[in-house]
Write a protein that binds this ligand. Structure first.
Ligand code: IVH
Length: 669
């Protein structure tokens, strides 16, 4: 019967369905007041999808059917925030909170100060921009200045509207979080699949937001609370009005917030929610206290790092008691032996805790922790819980002291503990535990960033002897990977592509990825820009290293030691043979770069570049990459099957160029 529907009839029907779905989305996800069952809701969406399939011309990006994209993402493009997303100073006591108010009063004497107290959600900061009433771009907080464009993933969150009733350019900011229920569910599934577990809901939310498959993200049930809005460049006169305006535009705000006319009211809000925080289905780690008036905020301004008009008043760490079932010894990348307490699982701030690090042998002795002991543990924020103390009065006499091993528990080689150090290390360079950790470090996001190479896969690769050390990654074959558990042709292809990409990573990332003891990201950067080449660094004598700013004797010695080891000399040789980039690429002066000061938007798909590569190229050439067309756009690069951005560019009279001209502009024509 529907076949005979005319375009006009279909359009009306689709419109009605969309409105109905949007109404239920609001009722269910924002007001917490569902009017229909989940099943009925899914049926409505399905009906819409079917109709749109018959009339694809009628699909718009804002249709509720378009929340979950079909295509996996290629990567995340880094985007600059319109105004920095700051973080907050912390305080832990009433005295410190009063000092915060005193500092304010000194700066704006004889003004009455009102506050808004909000819960501090333990999630991830997000900024979402709407243009012409439509969802345009969602960007993570990142380092505060730049974040990742995670639009496709944020669109899957049903409480974020895809359309709003205001056509000005609007930016909203808030916190994405994962409710406890979803967190436990995800971890249970990961456990079943043999994947590593998320330590807390915040990490799980971060991991979910960085997932490349929007379908997977949609299944994770992320949610968000918004607390800030810019309308155009304008700010609301007060924080309370920020919340009211957000609500008026159907954004989700946290209903638990209070307008306080004195600091005492803030304190009673804090005390009330410290008591009640366990009743929430999401993790909070304190109360954010904000000066209400925007005028006053502007007078107060910022310190080098934080706004002076807000502070986060942290809740004390939550504690619990449980029993130590066992103490195991783990061996890390540098061979360090770390004792870990295996605990009787216990609920702590909404999370099941079943292990806790004991740091080192001395710590066990100092606290006299024995197997079988009842202990007091605490978890603060996203930190792994620690054992605070042993409840000695609960001892039965059956507790056992841990006999500290004299050899490595994994490979049984000797261990060594330098004078004055607390940590003993396995001295065997080919200890399997060290190798596994060094490969994981090499692959991790901030090092060589091999997406998809996680613990479960590394375990399999080592077990099947497909790799035995880092350079073996570059000899992996499609046929071998395909046959592994939970790998298929597609994921093995993806992994090989990811590994291929590492050949172009910068020298500082490579140095960091080697996992030299004491060489963190900053030191790696200093070494890269000083030596310009990995082989030169490898030959550098101690005297030269010490001269570098940021490099002390301890670091210098560690670097020299690392490059003296035969297995590391071999490693560098192999990485060179695998044609990894071993040289520092001098960043040219930005104003001399070909695209300096120009903003580019991309529509459609390019023949020679992925979206991410194009964005990288634009930024490396001094230009700015943006995901939406506005009057500030200089060029729109048009690829195969361009979208609505092309029409918009034409409307605004913005220059459009084809891929080949774009490549010429960046000197790759
Ligand atoms: S206000 C300058 N309000 O905590 C204003 N932040 O350490 C900063 N957060 O980056 C943001 N709940 O991601 C604000 N109710 C709340 C918050 C909140 C969680 C996060 C946010 C921010 C971090 C600050």
């Amino acid at each position: 019967m529907q076949k005979s529907l005319s375009l006009k009839q279909a359009s009306q029907k689709i419109k009605k369905l969309r409105e109905e779905i949007k109404r239920h989305e609001k009722k269910y996800y924002i007001d917490n007041d569902p009017q229909i069952s989940d099943h009925e809701f899914d049926l409505l969406v399905k009906k819409l999808e079917e109709l749109e399939k018959k009339f694809p011309k009628l699909i718009t990006p804002e249709s509720p059917s378009q929340r979950v994209g079909e295509q996996p993402l290629e990567g995340f493009v880094s985007v600059q925030h319109r105004t920095p997303m700051l973080s907050l100073d912390n305080c832990y006591s009433l005295e410190e909170l009063r000092e915060f108010e005193e500092r304010i009063q000194k700066l704006i004497p004889s003004q009455k100060i009102e506050y808004v107290a909000e819960l501090k959600i333990d999630g991830l900061g997000i900024s979402v921009v709407y243009r012409e009433g439509k969802f345009d771009q969602a960007v993570t907080r990142g380092d505060g200045l730049r974040g990742d464009d995670v639009s496709a993933n944020v669109k899957t969150i049903r409480s974020i509207p895809l359309e709003i009733k205001n056509t000005k350019e609007i930016e909203v900011r808030g916190e994405i979080y994962l409710p406890f229920m979803s967190f436990e569910k995800i971890n249970k599934e990961r456990e079943k699949k043999g994947e590593s577990l998320f330590a807390n809901p915040r990490n799980a939310a971060a991991g979910s937001l960085r997932t490349f498959d929007p379908k997977e993200v949609a299944s994770r049930r992320l949610d968000l609370f918004l607390y800030y809005i810019f309308i155009g460049r304008e700010e609301m006169p007060t924080q309370w009005e920020n919340l009211k305006m957000l609500q008026k535009l159907d954004f989700k705000t946290n209903p638990i917030a209070r307008h306080c006319t004195s600091l005492d009211e803030v304190i009673s809000f804090y005390e009330e929610w410290q008591e009640k925080r366990d009743s929430l289905d999401y993790d909070v780690d304190g109360v954010v206290v904000k000066v209400n008036s925007t005028k006053q905020r502007n007078l107060l301004g910022f310190t080098a790092k934080f706004p002076r008009w807000a502070i986060s008043f942290k809740f004390p760490a939550r504690q619990a008691t449980t029993r130590v079932k066992d103490i195991i010894i783990q061996v890390g990348r540098t061979g360090a032996l770390t004792p870990v307490a295996i605990l009787e699982p216990v609920q702590l701030s909404g999370i099941t805790i079943s292990r806790s690090t004991l740091h080192n042998e001395d710590e066990i002795k100092r606290k006299d922790i024995r197997i079988g002991d009842t202990v007091l543990i605490e978890r603060s924020g996203d930190v792994i819980p620690k054992v605070v103390s042993v409840m000695k009065e609960k001892r039965t006499g059956k507790e056992k002291k841990l006999a500290w091993p004299s050899s490595c528990p994994v490979c049984h080689s000797s261990t060594f503990k330098p004078e004055g150090e607390a940590i003993s290390r396995c001295i065997n360079p080919s200890c399997p535990a060290k190798i596994k950790e060094s490969i994981l470090h090499f692959a991790w996001r901030r090092a060589m960033n091999i997406e998809g190479l996680g613990e479960a896969l590394v375990d399999q690769l080592l077990e099947k002897k497909l790799i035995q050390k880092i350079p073996d990654l570059y000899d992996l074959k499609h046929e071998d990977l395909e046959r592994l558990e939970r790998m298929g042709p597609k994921s093995s292809q993806n992994l090989l592509e990811e590994i291929e990409k590492t050949k172009q990573r910068s020298l500082d990332r490579l140095i960091y990825a080697l996992g030299i003891r004491f060489v963190g990201e900053r030191t790696a950067q200093a070494l890269a820009s000083h030596f310009k080449n990995l082989e030169k660094l490898a030959k550098a004598p101690l005297g030269k290293l010490i001269q570098i700013e940021d490099v002390g004797p301890k670091v210098a010695e560690s670097v020299v030691f690392f490059f003296k080891q035969p297995e590391n000399i071999e490693l560098i040789k192999k990485l060179k043979e695998a044609s990894l980039n071993l040289s520092f690429r001098e960043a040219e002066r930005s104003e001399d770069l070909p695209l300096a000061g120009q903003t580019f938007v991309l529509t459609g798909s390019l023949e020679n570049l992925t979206r991410e590569e194009a964005a990288e190229l634009i930024e490396a050439s001094g230009g700015t990459f943006s995901s939406s067309v506005s009057s500030k756009t200089d060029y729109v690069v048009v690829g195969e099957s361009p979208g609505s951005k092309l029409a918009k560019a034409k409307k605004l009279g913005i220059q459009t160029i084809e891929e080949k001209d774009f490549l010429k502009l960046v000197g790759k024509g």
